[in-house]
Design a protein around this ligand. Structure first.
Ligand code: F6R
Length: 615
């Protein structure tokens, strides 16, 4: 999704903006641009494609220190990803320059009105409308300050937007506006400089002091200081927070790709999720973030878990965990569907929102709808201070660290682990015995070690990926706890290798998909020794009988599986509910190696965005 960076301070801005945009590349983009002061006026440089195209275009251009500057990576929504549609956008007079993340829903009406008033548009974007709107406001009220004109203009916008605006008449100032799209302000008090960005990653290399903007905030920032107002012009007081993660964490750490780094660091991530939260001797989970609602949770009769994409598959695994061990009924729903139904919610229902970024537009909309209907809202979120983390009544951070790879790996296993802790807490409040709680806690403690064993097989998985490099269709199947894992494994394959991969229930094969099976259609089967092993095994025999090649993820010691499969990757034995934490690892590796062998940009697959902040 689009990334925003802005700077005001005594340094030359181009390098700061470009570095900031590089730090935001992981969000996904298809063009980039910057606007900065260069004698005698503001200069805009924009290029379609990778950031390096912009960097080349900036060669030899002088930038002026001491003034405001803005930059943007665009992930196209309205209009093709070309130079013209790239941000920053400007008005007819060349006085206003701005970058935008989000969608202006009423842009068509506004554009028609502005065209009637004589404004000329050069791009297909919804964003350009905002600059003309501000221009019109200034024209009609020449005595107003830029701040007032901007506030009056944004009050006419509908939709989601984070904006960073420069106005020629106030050259040192950045005007930052947040409404349903994220924006944070970094404060480097020592150097009298300020950086605004879509998330803290570009800021962390300059300062640790940060203000998370809220929806409905505008910040007016210059090297002399900043002020915050709401959209009704009232002053706001803000707390300064500290960035508490290390920028090194956001680097590749010796791996060829962020994807590999993030797959391999999963055992450490699980340890982080568990740290201080597991009380094995009591068979309990202690979740500080849920303390305020702990008693309320006892009275909850029904849970809904909602999320998108990979987080949605974690939610589905959670459903099995909560019902088997938590002893509560659960429904899982995609956030994008939830928001458009009329979900039946009441104060005895808790809705859990799972999100890596904490900024996914559909999930946020589902959260707001749930709050409106009086449900208890809980989070499982990775990014600290993100919208979902702040807006839920209570929640649990996954502590997975910054996830740079666009495809989600470590955030997923962190979400699964957090769901186990939730299930333990709910179960022990209801019918789960201490003995069962202890058993889960003991097995869970071992998971990082078992995961390390699975990761050691990376080279073997690579060999299998090499063997299937030229196959363009895969079926992924599993049952019960590993049914959602089949979907997640297939999603990873699609995302990073661009091969067609379909997730399915092993049991459902015979109701249709088995028609596709022949010697050119491999199946990836997740078949640990669990309560559905025998059934799963019969389903695989049906595939074998039709000459379909099978790659199995099975439990160590299972020799029978070798007779019906071409390749087997073994996982160590663990409790059935925890098997997804191990079975997903070879599937992540398979997708990763397949992507690399096929020459894909595995960290930044085409057409994808890290943080999906539009519907
Ligand atoms: C897939 C992937 C996406 C996200 C989805 C939700 O690898 O990363 O499917 O899981 O866009 O994003 P978050 O978790 O940030 O809400």
């Amino acid at each position: 999704m689009c990334g925003i960076v802005g700077y005001t301070g005594k340094k030359k801005p181009i390098n700061i903006l470009v570095d900031g945009l590089r730090a935001l590349e992981y969000r996904g983009y298809d063009s980039a641009g910057v606007a900065f002061w260069s004698n005698p006026s503001i200069k805009t440089v924009k290029r379609a494609g990778r950031l390096n195209n912009l960097v080349s275009a900036l060669q030899g251009i002088e930038d002026k220190p001491g003034y405001a500057a803005i930059g943007h990576t665009r992930w196209a929504t309205h209009g093709a990803p070309n130079d013209l549609n790239a941000h920053p956008h400007s008005d007819c007079t060349g006085n206003i320059f701005l970058v935008h993340n989000g969608i202006v829903e009423n842009y068509k009406t506004l554009k028609e009105e502005l065209q009637k008033a004589g404004h000329k548009f050069y791009s297909e974007t919804d964003t350009e409308v905002i600059s003309h709107l501000i221009e019109e406001e200034i024209k009609n009220n020449p005595l107003y300050s830029a701040k007032r004109s901007i506030l009056n203009s944004i009050n006419k916008l509908q939709g989601a937007f984070a904006l960073l605006i420069m106005v020629k008449s106030e050259p040192e100032k950045l005007f930052a506006v947040r409404n349903f799209s994220p924006l944070v302000l970094g404060i480097n008090g020592n150097d009298d400089e300020y950086i605004v960005a879509s998330d803290p990653t570009p800021i962390a290399r300059h300062t640790r002091q940060i203000i998370y903007m809220n929806d409905g905030d505008m910040a007016i920032i210059s090297p002399k200081g900043y002020e915050f107002v709401d959209f009704k012009h009232n002053s706001l007081k803000k707390d300064i927070a500290q960035i508490d993660w290390d920028i090194e964490e956001a680097q590749r750490g010796g791996h060829a790709h962020f994807s590999a780094k993030e797959i391999f660091e999963q055992p450490d991530v699980i340890e982080n999720v568990l740290r201080g939260r597991l009380i094995p001797e009591e068979g309990m989970a202690k979740l500080g973030g849920l303390e305020t609602v702990r008693e309320k949770l006892r009275g909850i009769k029904r849970f809904v878990i909602t999320a998108c994409g990979t987080a949605g598959f974690a939610a589905e695994v959670g459903e099995y965990m909560f019902e088997e061990y938590g002893g509560v009924p659960v429904e899982v729903e995609l956030a994008s569907e939830f928001r458009y139904r009329k979900p039946i919610l009441d104060p005895e229902t808790a809705v859990i929102f799972i999100s890596q970024s904490g900024e996914t537009a559909d999930t946020i909309a589902a959260l707001r709808e749930s709050k409106e209907k009086g449900a208890l809202t809980l989070g499982i979120v990775n990014v600290v201070g993100s919208s979902i983390a702040r807006e839920t009544h209570a929640g649990v951070y996954t502590h997975a660290g910054p996830e740079i790879s666009v495809a989600s790996y470590k955030a997923f296993t962190a979400q699964l682990t957090a769901l186990v802790l939730y299930a333990m807490l709910l179960g022990r409040q209801r019918q789960m015995s201490m003995t069962m709680g202890k058993r889960i806690a003991e097995e869970l403690k071992n998971i990082p070690q078992l995961m390390r064993q699975v990761l050691k097989q990376s080279d073997k998985v690579k060999e299998i990926a090499q063997k299937y490099k030229d196959f363009n269709n895969f079926l992924y199947i599993g049952r019960k706890y590993n049914y959602p894992i089949a979907y997640e494994g297939a999603l990873k394959m699609k995302e990073v290798s661009y091969a067609h991969a379909e997730g399915y229930s092993s049991a459902e094969m015979k109701h249709g998909p088995i028609a596709m099976i022949d010697e050119n259609f491999p199946t990836v089967a997740i078949i640990p020794k669990d309560s559905v092993y025998e059934k799963n095994f019969s389903n695989l025999q049906e595939i074998k009988a039709r000459s379909g090649p099978i790659i199995a993820i099975a439990t160590e010691g299972d020799e029978d599986i070798k007779y019906i499969t071409e390749d087997v990757i073994y996982i160590p034995k663990t409790l059935e509910m925890l098997t997804p934490l191990l079975t997903i690892v070879p599937l992540q590796l398979f997708a990763y190696h397949s992507g690399v062998l096929r020459g894909r940009d595995v960290d930044r697959p085409r057409n994808l965005a890290k943080s999906v902040t539009v519907e």
